[in-house]
Each structure stands twice: as structure tokens, then as C-alpha cells.
Design a protein around this ligand. Structure first.
Ligand code: IP8
Length: 260
């Protein structure tokens, strides 16, 4: 099984609230269909989630009554994004079933407390493709907070030990420094998970309540420490996702999972 996350920066325009990247998602859905693997898919919230979540300070927990409506509005917005993604996948003939995180898990101070994994395995067994996404969720310490797609990737990788874990993003992969700000940044094709802490990426400055690239590196490290290889690929370039899924040569970063 392949665990694939379509990042929020690839399926939405992160700078413009509620802007869906139709053509890109349609093409990615075609590539996923063409590769014809077993999948669990996860997608980020992009500008359907992060702007509202930041506005209502949802990652700090629910402390004020006004946040309750903001929480519901954020959920409604990510559901709209999810339904656009589901439409694109269904249109390609992929049998996707949406599993909204807030209904199947609980957090405890931002960490996963409980999650229903059986619904994922039951759908997989019957030939479906489970799809889940960055959402708001109840949190036993904070009342409510944010459940990022990256946290879901980590939980699902731990539970299912997929053959490949793929993060589809708007960069070719990892660089020795932040390529958006440092012209001397060089591209990394392969890196062992133990060498990840030496990278300095610089923080992504766009609105991202779940810590941007720095947070992603923490997630990737935890997944690779399970002994699973993690691949980062640019979803803006045609056929890269298809090639990764097929094992064809392409441009991407592979983080080698810890070897015993
Ligand atoms: O885009 C964040 O999920 P992510 C979810 O995967 C919300 O980090 C609601 C902002």
C-alpha cells in the first residue's frame, strides 16, 4: 500500500483564501489512477484551513466562546476542499471514501490520543481508497485544536507500514538550505534519516498553523525512523508523481528509513 499526501500548497493557492488548484488536482488524480496501486490518501488544508485557523487561534485550543464558531467554520471550509478533491478523484474512476479526522480521532495536547484505524483497513480490504485530510479535532486538554495532514501521515504510517510514503509538495524535495531565500541551496537526492537534523531549511513564512517545512521534517523523521523510506516530490511537474509511484527514475528526495 502507498500512503500519499497531497500537500495544501499543491492543491490550493496558499496565499488566497479558498482557492482550489483544479487543473493540478485533476492531473494528479490522473497520475494516481494511471499508477494503479493500493492507496491511502491524505490531503492538506492549504488556504481552506490555515487562514481561518490562524484567525481564530485554533492551534492554541478553545478558550473563548467566539472560537467555537471559528472552529465550525474552519471545518466547513476544509470539508469544501475535501469535496473538491473527492470529485477530482472520483472523476478518474478512483473508489475514494472520505474519512473526516474530527469524527474518527481525538487529540491530547496536539498529539494523537485515539484513532479508529479499523475503518481504514475495512475499506482497504474491500477495494476502496480511504481519504483523510487536515481538519479541526477535539482535544482532551485543549478543548479543540488542529489535526494536520502530517500528523495523520505519521499515525497511518505507524499503523500500516506502507510500501512507500510520498509527500507531494510544491518543491522538488529537500535542499541544503531554504531555496526560496538562499541561492546557494543545493538539491538533495538521497539522505539518511540520521542526517536530517543537520539541515537548515529556514521557516516557511506563509500562513501555516502547523509549522510549515520545519514541522514536516519532524514528521518525516518520525516516519523514516520506523524504517520506511519517505519520498518528497514536486506535484507541479507533470508525471513526477506517476514516476515515483511506478519506481521510474525521476527528480525527488528520498529519505532513507532507519536500517537495523
Ligand atoms: O494543511 C491543517 O492541515 P495541514 C488543518 O495538513 C487545518 O497542515 C484545519 C488548518
Amino acid at each position: 500500500m502507498f500512503l500519499v499526501k497531497l500537500g495544501g500548497s499543491i492543491i490550493t493557492d496558499k496565499a488566497k483564501e479558498g482557492t482550489f488548484r483544479h487543473e493540478t488536482v485533476d492531473r494528479l488524480a490522473r497520475e494516481i489512477k494511471k499508477a494503479n496501486k493500493d492507496y491511502i490518501l491524505v490531503h492538506g488544508a492549504g488556504s481552506f484551513g490555515h487562514i481561518l485557523a490562524k484567525q481564530h487561534r485554533l492551534s492554541e485550543g478553545l478558550t473563548e466562546p467566539t472560537q467555537i464558531l471559528g472552529f465550525a467554520q474552519t471545518h466547513a471550509s476544509v470539508l469544501r476542499l475535501n469535496s473538491l478533491v473527492m470529485d477530482a478523484l472520483i472523476h478518474q474512476g478512483l473508489p475514494v471514501m472520505s474519512l473526516p479526522p474530527h469524527a474518527i480521532l481525538e487529540l491530547d495536547n496536539h498529539q494523537l490520543k485515539t484513532m479508529d484505524f479499523t475503518v481504514f483497513s475495512d475499506y482497504l480490504k474491500r477495494g476502496f481508497i480511504p481519504v483523510t485530510f487536515g481538519d479541526v479535532a477535539l482535544d482532551s486538554q485543549l478543548g479543540g485544536s488542529i489535526c494536520s495532514g502530517d500528523l495523520l501521515m505519521q499515525a497511518l504510517a505507524t499503523q500500516f507500514h506502507p510500501e512507500k510514503v510520498v509527500f507531494v509538495m510544491d518543491e522538488d524535495g529537500l535542499y541544503t538550505a531554504n531555496p526560496k531565500t538562499d541561492p546557494k541551496a543545493t538539491f538533495i537526492e538521497t539522505i539518511a534519516v540520521k542526517d536530517i537534523p543537520r539541515l537548515s531549511t529556514g521557516l516557511d513564512t506563509r500562513t501555516d498553523v502547523t509549522k510549515g517545512m520545519q514541522g514536516k521534517l519532524e514528521t518525516i523523521t518520525r516516519i523514516a525512523q520506523l524504517g520506511i523510506d519517505v519520498i518528497l516530490v514536486n506535484g507541479n511537474v507533470k508525471d513526477r508523481v506517476y514516476d515515483i509511484l511506478m519506481g521510474n527514475p525521476s527528480r525527488f528526495t528520498q529519505i532513507q528509513g532507519a536500517r537495523p
